[in-house]
Design a protein around this ligand. Structure first.
Ligand code: NAD
Ligand code: IPM
Ligand code: MN
Length: 361
């Protein structure tokens, strides 16, 4: 599999997206040119600029071509104050997550250096978990509407859609990940005490699926998501694999990013977990951070770590660990941006990591 050519679509997007993605792209070029990895890179001109120029968001032909031809997509971030309705961002981001049925949003919450952990008395070894966020359902499906908009009687509704199939496959993906990676604890967080219909389904399916994995020595634990947040702060070391719905996964992984040194350190993968041969999408957890855009100060490490997740997924198993280790060395040597205690700009911090990686290849 690792010998076949792999086409990667690259979409920088908005704000800091293009700068961190350009650094990540240069890392991929090193793997291609120096290590001979069979990668073909295809840059897509999509995002707020394009939308404002000609109204294009995510054309059907591009959506289909990426699905057919590409092994992966590397995405920066989408969201621009000039497009307050975020219509391009939703079309592109959800066009991939929903359109390619990338039901598992895998977000490692792993601290790479003690200095980055803001929790009192905790060190990097206490922060090492992976969140499996359901990525195709929940409150994100956009079902609902507004009625009598702009009047004193207005009504606004967003439906929380949960299917048996959708809930079961993300829970299974979390357990399968645990099994494949020697983890012994999977925790599912919901709000079934308040959301009696939708989250009772999560509770029931988790209870069923966890029994199948008890024999493999994996313990399934249920928590309400509010309690999860409390316990994550009090003692993150108790968590290994977490699974939850789309909205909770979004929120909990920003909380988790704080344990890692901020959003500039958090990577993610969007995959169709039961069939890794399908196109997958990789993106840092952070957004477009408009106030940082164009200033060479955004942390590029989340984007570089995202390349590691992508390479692992594409059949180059050692590179995720390598990139992680080199990023940890950069943090140790303060060869990093200000948000993580260094004094380098985006470009210099990324170049430092690339040079070290290149030397090893
Ligand atoms: P954000 O992630 O852009 O920023 C949140 C905070 O983290 C800010 O303080 C920002 O300065 C900091 N931050 C983020 N990335 C950083 C980096 N690489 N280095 C250093 N600091 C970093 O979230 P937001 O401000 O809520 O959203 C801004 C826009 O991004 C919005 O339009 C939002 O919808 C969009 N967004 C897009 C994605 C995505 O495309 N996947 C993800 C999140 C937010
Ligand atoms: C993320 C972002 C997106 C989400 C936004 C931009 C819709 O916050 O990828 O974490 O909520 O999924
Ligand atoms: Mn988010």
């Amino acid at each position: 599999m690792a010998n076949e050519r792999k086409k990667i679509a690259i979409l920088g997007g908005d704000g800091i997206g293009p700068s961190v993605t350009s650094e990540a792209k240069q890392l991929l070029e090193i793997y291609r040119d120096k290590a001979g990895f069979p990668l073909d890179l295809w840059e897509l001109d999509l995002g707020a600029d394009r939308y404002l120029r000609d109204g294009t968001t995510f054309p059907k032909e591009i959506q289909a071509a990426v699905q057919k031809e590409c092994a992966a997509v590397l995405l920066g971030a989408l969201g621009d104050p000039r497009v307050p309705g975020l219509e391009h961002a939703r079309d592109i981001l959800f066009g991939m997550r929903f359109g390619y049925d990338l039901y598992a949003n895998v977000r490692p919450v792993k601290a790479l250096h003690d200095r980055l952990v803001p929790l009192k008395g905790r060190t990097a070894k206490d922060v090492d978990m992976v969140v499996f966020r359901e990525n195709t359902e929940g409150i994100y499906v956009g079902m609902g509407g507004q009625f009598k908009r702009g009047t004193p009687d207005e009504v606004a509704i967003n439906e929380d859609l949960n299917t048996r199939k959708g809930v079961e496959r993300i829970i299974r993906a979390a357990f399968e990940y645990a099994k494949a990676n020697g983890k012994t604890r999977v925790c599912m967080a919901d709000k079934s005490n308040a959301m009696r219909h939708a989250h009772e389904l999560w509770y029931r399916v988790f209870d069923e699926v966890k029994k199948e994995y008890a024999g493999a020595g994996i313990e399934g634990r249920h928590l309400y998501v509010d309690a999860l947040c409390l316990l994550m702060v009090q003692d993150p070391s108790q968590f290994q694999v977490l699974v939850m719905n789309n909205l909770f996964g979004d929120i909990v992984t920003d909380l988790g990013a704080a344990f890692q040194g901020g959003l500039g350190m958090a990577a993610s993968a969007n995959i169709h977990a039961s069939d890794p041969s399908r196109v997958a999408m990789f993106e840092p957890v952070h957004g477009s951070a408009p106030p940082l855009a164009g200033r060479d100060i955004a942390n590029p490490f989340a984007a570089l770590l995202t390349v590691g997740m992508m390479l692992k997924h594409l059949g180059f198993p050692n590179e995720e660990q390598r990139i992680e280790r080199v990023v940890a060395e950069a943090i140790e040597e303060k060869a990093c941006t200000v948000d993580v205690g260094g004094a380098l700009g985006t470009r210099a911090a990324a170049a430092w990591v690339r040079e070290r990686v290149a030397k090893e290849l």
